[in-house]
Design a protein around this ligand. Structure first.
Ligand code: FAD
Length: 403
C-alpha cells in the first residue's frame, strides 16, 4: 500500500531529545551493513536559527552531552551557529554569606560546559537528519490513531499515512500525548512557581561565568552568551512564586531591568536592556515506569525537572544514549527491539540518575526556600565550607560536567 511504511523504530517528538535519539539510532548497523530504519514525527515546523537574534530558550550543555553531539558528528556545526563556552560558576545565597565558585582550571578542563540556544541545537539536528537516508522525517504531522499489536506498533498520521515499527519512542515533551495514550502512571509536583526567561544586555561583560543567586522565593540565573555586536549578553532564568513572577512580568522594561539589577546584586553592573519576556510554569513530573511492551519514554516525556541546575535536557540526552546502546546490542543479536525485558534494561540504567537529580533539586529548593535560621546557617556554612574543600569541590564540578 502506498500509504503505509515500515520502519524499525518510530519516534514521536523531534525536539532536541527526540532528534538526538533519531541521529544516534540511525548510526546503528549490522555486519550485513543494514542500518536501522527510523521514522521521526514532529508536529511543529523546526525552529530557524537567527544569527542576529538570541533564542530565549537555552540549555547549559555538559561535557558529556557535548561528546554525544561530537559522536553524532554535528558539534562543530552547532558551534558554527553559536555556543558560549563558560569557564566558571558563581553561586551565592541572598540571605547570608554563603558563596561557592567553580572554575574549569580547578579540574584542568578548558570549560565547564556550553550555553546553547534551542534553535541552534534543534535546527542543526534536523539538518543532519534530513541528510540521513535511513531516517524519514514527518513534519509537520500529527498522530490520529495508535494500534498496539503483539508483534509491532502502528501509528496513523492525520494525512492517513500509516507507520509501523517494532518500537515506539515517545520524546514528545513534558505533556506527552503518547504517555497519556498508553496510560503511564506519572507523579507530578507543582511548585506554585513560574520562571521568567529572556535575554538581557548588561553594563559589564559576563566573564564567561554562570551566575546564580539563591533567594527564598527561588533562584535567579544569568547564563553567559557570546557578545553580539558590542552588547554584553546573558540569558536569564528567574524562578519566582507565581504571584511575584506575574507582578514582574507586568512591569515595563525599564522598571524590570532596575529590579533585575537589584535582584542580581549588580553582579554584572546595571541590566541595560531586556528582550521579550516569557513566563514558564515550573513543575516536576516523573513517570513511574518509562517502558511497556513496544513503548519507551525518553527526555521530558519521562521526567521534567526544575531548571535550577540546568540538567533537564542533559538527562534526556543521556536517556537517548542509553536506549541507543541497548538497541545496538539487541539489533546485533537479532532480538525484537520492542521486547519488554530489553526495554527494562534501559529503564534500570536511567531511572536512578534521573530520580537522584530530581531529589537533589527538590532538596535545594527546600533548603534555599527555608526561613528556618538553623537551615540558613547550615547552607551558608555549607556553601562556604565546600568552597574551601578542594577535593569535594572538584568532585562536584566533575559531576556537574557529567564526567
Ligand atoms: C526555564 C527553563 C530553563 C531550562 N534550562 C535548561 C538548561 O539550562 N539545561 C538543560 O539541560 N535543560 C534545561 N531546561 C530543560 C529543557 O528545556 C528540557 O529538559 C528539554 O527541552 C526537553 O527536551 P525534549 O526534547 O524531551 O522535549 P521538548 O523540548 O518539549 O520537545 C518535544 C517535541 O515534541 C513535539 N511534540 C509534542 N507533542 C507531539 C505530538 N503529539 N506529535 C508530534 N510531535 C509532538 C513538540 O513540538 C516538541 O518539538 C530548562 C527548562 C526550562 C523550563
Amino acid at each position: 500500500m502506498g500509504n503505509s511504511r515500515d520502519f524499525d523504530i518510530v519516534i514521536v517528538g523531534g525536539g532536541a531529545v527526540g532528534s538526538a535519539a533519531a541521529s544516534l539510532l540511525a548510526k546503528i548497523t549490522k555486519s550485513t551493513n543494514k542500518p536501522l530504519k527510523i521514522a521521526l514525527i514532529e508536529s511543529q515546523l523546526p525552529p530557524v536559527f537567527d544569527p542576529n537574534q538570541v533564542d530565549p530558550r537555552v540549555a547549559a550543555l555538559t561535557e558529556k552531552t557535548r561528546l554525544m553531539f561530537d559522536q553524532i558528528g554535528i558539534w562543530s556545526k552547532i558551534v558554527d551557529k553559536r555556543a558560549c563556552a563558560y569557564k566558571a560558576m558563581n553561586v551565592w545565597d541572598a540571605e547570608g554569606t554563603g558563596r561557592i565558585t567553580f572554575d574549569c582550571q580547578q579540574v584542568q578542563q578548558p570549560n565547564l560546559g556550553h550555553i546553547v540556544e534551542n534553535s541552534a541545537l534543534v535546527s542543526t539536528l534536523i539538518e543532519h537528519i534530513q541528510q540521513q537516508p535511513n531516517i524519514e522525517l514527518f513534519c509537520p504531522a500529527n498522530i490520529a490513531d495508535y494500534q498496539l499489536q503483539e508483534d509491532g506498533i502502528t501509528l496513523t498520521l492525520d494525512n492517513e499515512i500509516t507507520l509501523s515499527g517494532q518500537l515506539l519512542i515517545a520524546a514528545d515533551g513534558a505533556n506527552s500525548a503518547v504517555r497519556e495514550q498508553f496510560q503511564f502512571a506519572t507523579k507530578q509536583w507543582d511548585y506554585g512557581q513560574h520562571a521568567i526567561v529572556t535575554t538581557i544586555t548588561t553594563e559589564n561583560p559576563n566573564q564567561l561565568t554562570a551566575w546564580q543567586r539563591f533567594m527564598p522565593t527561588g533562584p535567579l540565573a544569568f547564563l553567559p552568551l557570546n557578545t553580539i555586536g558590542d552588547a554584553y549578553c546573558c540569558s536569564i532564568v528567574w524562578s519566582q512564586d507565581t504571584e511575584e513572577a506575574e507582578r514582574l512580568m507586568a512591569l515595563d522594561d525599564k522598571e524590570f531591568c532596575q529590579q533585575l539589577s537589584r535582584a542580581s546584586e549588580h553582579c554584572l553592573g546595571e541590566v541595560l536592556k531586556t528582550e521579550k519576556r516569557y513566563l514558564i510554569p515550573l513543575r516536576q513530573s516523573h513517570a513511574t515506569d518509562y517502558v511497556m511492551p513496544r513503548v519507551a519514554l525518553i527526555g521530558d516525556a519521562a521526567h521534567s525537572i526544575h531548571p535550577l541546575a540546568g540538567q533537564g535536557a542533559n538527562l534526556g540526552f543521556a536517556d537517548a544514549q542509553v536506549l541507543a546502546e541497548e538497541m545496538a546490542n539487541a539489533y546485533a543479536r537479532d532480538l525484537d527491539l520492542g521486547d519488554l525485558t530489553l526495554l527494562k534494561r534501559y529503564q534500570r540504567r536511567r531511572k536512578p540518575e534521573n530520580l537522584a537529580t530530581m531529589a537533589a533539586m527538590e532538596g535545594f529548593k527546600r533548603l534555599f526556600g527555608s526561613h528556618n535560621s538553623a537551615l540558613r546557617l547550615l547552607r551558608n556554612y555549607g556553601l562556604s565550607g565546600i568552597n574551601r574543600l578542594g577535593a569535594i569541590k572538584n568532585t562536584l564540578i566533575k559531576q556537574a560536567m557529567g564526567l
